[in-house]
Write a protein that binds this ligand. Structure first.
Ligand code: GUN
Ligand code: ZN
Length: 430
């Protein structure tokens, strides 16, 4: 059945870091949806003329956005959000890893998986690259929960074999066997995809990184994700553990893990050779501004990434990050760049692009999601200002679409995700 959503429509079909007029908007717009895909987009009157029999959903209060894309988020960490006063390695040891160890309990894992998927949707995220659990069963629960609601996720069982805590350690042989099973069961099933996910080089032996390499060789369409260059103590320890490496990226590159299917979270402290190599390999970065600020890791050198042509999208990095909202990540990225020495002057258009199409592209889904381009999956978010809020006042007195977006990102806390459609089907939000 074809139907039309009517409202203020904004999206970024083009890259504002490279092209002018990347924002496309229709103040009284229509998006026609047929068989889960965007069938048409334009001024409402035109779309309605094209599909005269199609029922219309009135979404004129607020704004319609493409479903947002979170390129880095941890499923076991929802309940860690807000743990203040730690730097990265203390935060992991004292707050995060103890909770992650509890996911050996499948009942708790299932509960957390359902909760996690619901919270992504309630925040308007419809596609995500997710760090799973160290446990196979818990990771299977994540895939199951995403499939149940039709959420598009790329995820994998996290692997580590040293320096965390014994309950979270695997062996190269065990990890290979468990991941093979998960790949067979979930990779390519509906909207689910598998990502090979060593936690970070600090907690991976060379033998374990070789297993990651073998998996990618055996399944060339798998994704790869991990952490890199987040914190200066972490970087120093990684250099000690891999004395042959000339930089952090090389600990992955030696094992064939730096490719166009790779997404590295953070990269707050990269060297020039690392940026050059990332660009050469077409590997990408998940930029996680609220996490970088909250854990105190540093400010993302966005201009350096742009100069080298290294692609990046936004990640919430829950629970190092301060919540699931990619609108908030957009605002935090904006503020961080204002503070930076050589910061990028981001516009609301950049923020929307980073929260949607940029993420889709770095996940290899740029043709499938990220904008309202006809033919893409109809993943749509309807956002409304809370009644009586500052955002509502702003929405009543707008001068331009860029103003609308600027207000939306800045006052994101007063924006309610009213409805979410996944491939044209309304998703449950509670
Ligand atoms: N590095 C290794 N593990 C983690 C994690 O869970 N969160 C963040 N932010 N960095 C990490
Ligand atoms: Zn992370």
């Amino acid at each position: 059945m074809t139907f039309i959503l009517r409202g203020s429509i904004v999206h970024t079909p083009k890259n504002p870091f490279r092209e002018a007029e990347a924002l496309q908007a229709f103040s009284d717009g229509g998006v026609a949806i047929a068989e889960g895909k965007i069938a048409a987009l334009g001024p409402f009157a035109e779309v309605a003329r094209q599909y005269p029999a199609a029922p219309v959903q009135d979404c004129r209060e607020g704004v319609l956005l493409p479903g947002m894309v979170d390129t880095h988020v941890h499923y076991p960490q929802t309940r860690v959000i807000g743990a203040m006063g730690y730097s990265l390695l203390e935060w992991l040891e004292q707050r995060t890893l103890p909770l992650e160890a509890r996911l050996s309990d499948n009942k708790l894992a299932r509960e957390l998986a359902r909760e996690f998927v619901r919270l992504l949707l309630r925040n308007g995220t419809t596609t995500a690259l997710v760090f799973g659990s160290h446990f196979q069963g818990a990771t299977a629960n994540l895939f199951g929960a995403a499939e149940d609601v039709g959420l598009r996720i790329i995820a994998g069982q996290v692997c580590s074999d040293r320096l965390l805590r014994p309950e979270l350690h695997t062996t190269p042989e065990q990890s290979y066997a468990e991941q093979k099973m998960l790949i067979r069961r979930f990779h390519g099933r509906g909207k689910l995809r598998y990502a090979v996910t060593p936690r970070f080089a600090l907690s991976a032996s060379e033998a374990l990184l070789e297993v990651c390499q073998t998996l990618l060789q055996e399944h060339p369409d798998l994704h790869f994700t991990t952490h890199i260059n987040e914190n200066t103590d972490e970087i120093r320890k990684v250099a000690e553990l891999f004395p042959w490496s000339s930089h952090y990226l090389q600990t992955y590159d030696r094992f064939g893990l730096v490719t166009k299917h790779s997404v590295f979270a953070h990269n707050v402290h990269p060297t020039e050779p690392e940026l050059a190599r990332l660009a050469e390999a077409k590997a990408a970065i998940a930029h996680c501004p609220s996490s970088n600020a909250f854990i105190g890791s540093g400010i993302f050198p966005m201009r350096q990434h742009l100069r080298h042509g290294v692609r990046f999208g936004l990640g919430s990095d829950v629970g190092g990050g301060t919540g699931f909202s990619l609108l908030k990540e957009g605002l935090t990225a904006y503020i961080a760049q204002r503070y930076a020495q050589d910061g990028v002057n981001l516009t609301p258009t950049h923020l929307l692009y980073l929260a949607t199409q940029a993420g889709a592209e770095i996940l290899g889904l740029g043709e499938e999601v990220g904008s309202f381009a006809p033919g893409k999956a109809a993943d749509v978010v309807w956002v409304r200002p809370e009644p009586g809020s500052t955002l509502e006042v702003h929405f009543r007195h707008l001068n331009s679409v860029e103003d609308l977006l600027g207000s939306l990102f800045t006052l994101h806390g007063e924006a309610k995700v009213q409805k979410v459609w996944l491939e044209g089907r309304e998703a449950p939000l509670d």
